[in-house]
Design a protein around this ligand. Structure first.
Ligand SMILES: Cc1cc2nc3c(=O)[nH]c(=O)nc-3n(C[C@H](O)[C@H](O)[C@H](O)COP(=O)(O)OP(=O)(O)OC[C@H]3O[C@@H](n4cnc5c(N)ncnc54)[C@H](O)[C@@H]3O)c2cc1C
Ligand code: FES
Length: 312
């Protein structure tokens, strides 16, 4: 158990060897707000986690009292909140009501006690390419606010703060949902410098069709030369980060593979512990020698190179 838990501690002991950055604490909800239909954002007071967490990492949480559900549930970082001096004070995540815990969570209020442990997982790599394209489906947009803010140089994450040495020249978010009512946090993504493109399956907002069509379109565009504004060369030196339903991620992985564009996928494999102890979250991953092995999504993921995964 970490010595850095400052409120009080409860729940499973953490294994520092596997998740040396992680702390566990029982803390309080600071705010809960609706984001979209059946979707909410929760901000927790958690300065220790807020100071350490990086884009694409996640938290596990469960109610502080009672034993139902007994196991924690994983949620990706949406963003870090900070005080007037910029000192990180809390973590915010978004959630869709699915089952047992998320049905309880919609009744949480400011002051509700919860047990949380994190930061967990590897998160997305610091972007090293000229063009960053994030592709999100449904609640899969949540990891990308922090990814994008970091890529645009608007915020630093981690302790010590990780630096983006080469800021991408273009940052695009292709965000797809079933219908306009499910667009979550759209205003949060209206960031200077972000090329935001939205698709809805029913055409009620943005492009009428799948988000994969937005990705194809973006990849087929020419890169603009900043000085002339004229198209200069095909979009190259590009990386794609993706999170969403498995069929969508599979389609995105295939589009990227066909164009030799590197692609990273964030998996939402169900998890029981979140810190490497239970092996409930294993996925088949290709090793560097071409053989296949099983890796724990909670420790070695949730972000993997698409070419290393066998998505079914
Ligand atoms: C790394 C990671 C990050 C995540 N980030 C977010 C996030 O930011 N926002 C968000 O809303 N959700 C996120 N999820 C998914 C979230 O953890 C589940 O929706 C949540 O555990 C459901 O809990 P529950 O108790 O409400 O549902 P349960 O009662 O546990 O389950 C209800 C049903 O959903 C199924 N289920 C549970 N978890 C998953 C899953 N991950 N994928 C598919 N089916 C599942 C169960 O098998 C069951 O059929 C993330 C998952 C992972 C692994
Ligand atoms: S959730 Fe327990 S090992 Fe990954």
């Amino acid at each position: 158990m970490s010595q850095e838990s400052t409120v009080c501690t409860a729940g499973p002991a953490l294994l520092p060897g596997m998740v040396p950055q992680a702390v566990q604490l029982t803390t309080v909800v600071e705010d809960i707000r609706p984001m979209a239909q059946n979707t909410w954002a929760v901000r927790l007071r958690a300065p220790e986690i807020a100071a350490r967490i990086t884009p694409g990492q996640f938290l596990m949480l469960r109610p502080a009292h009672g034993s139902d559900p007994l196991l924690g549930r994983p949620f990706a970082l949406y963003d870090v909140s900070a005080d007037a001096d910029g000192v990180p004070t809390g973590v915010e995540f978004g959630f869709v009501r699915v089952g047992k815990l998320t049905s309880l969570m919609i009744h949480w209020k400011s002051g509700t006690e919860v047990t949380v442990w994190g930061p967990l997982g590897n998160g997305f790599p610091v972007p090293q390419h000229r063009n960053l394209i994030c592709v999100a489906g449904g609640i899969g947009q949540t990891p990308f606010l922090a990814v994008i803010r970091e890529a645009l140089g608007q915020r630093h994450y981690g302790a010590p703060a990780r630096r983006v040495t080469v800021h991408p020249e273009s940052v695009t978010l292709c965000y797809g949902v079933r219908s306009a009512a499910f667009l979550a946090g759209l205003d949060d993504f209206r960031l200077p410098g972000l090329d935001l493109r939205v698709a809805t399956d029913d055409g009620s907002f943005g492009h009428h069709g799948f988000v994969t069509e937005l990705l194809r379109q973006r990849l087929s565009e020419s890169r603009q030369t900043p000085a002339s504004g004229q198209p200069s060369e095909p979009l190259n030196d590009t990386v794609v980060y993706c999170c969403g339903p498995v069929p969508m991620m599979k389609a995105v992985a295939e589009i990227c593979r066909d164009r030799a564009v590197p692609c990273w996928l964030s998996l939402e494999t169900p998890m029981a512990c979140g810190f490497g102890a239970c092996f409930s979250c294993v996925v088949k991953v290709m090793e560097s020698d071409g053989s296949w092995d099983y890796r724990r999504t909670c420790v070695e993921g949730p972000v993997f190179e698409a070419t290393r995964l066998a998505l079914t």
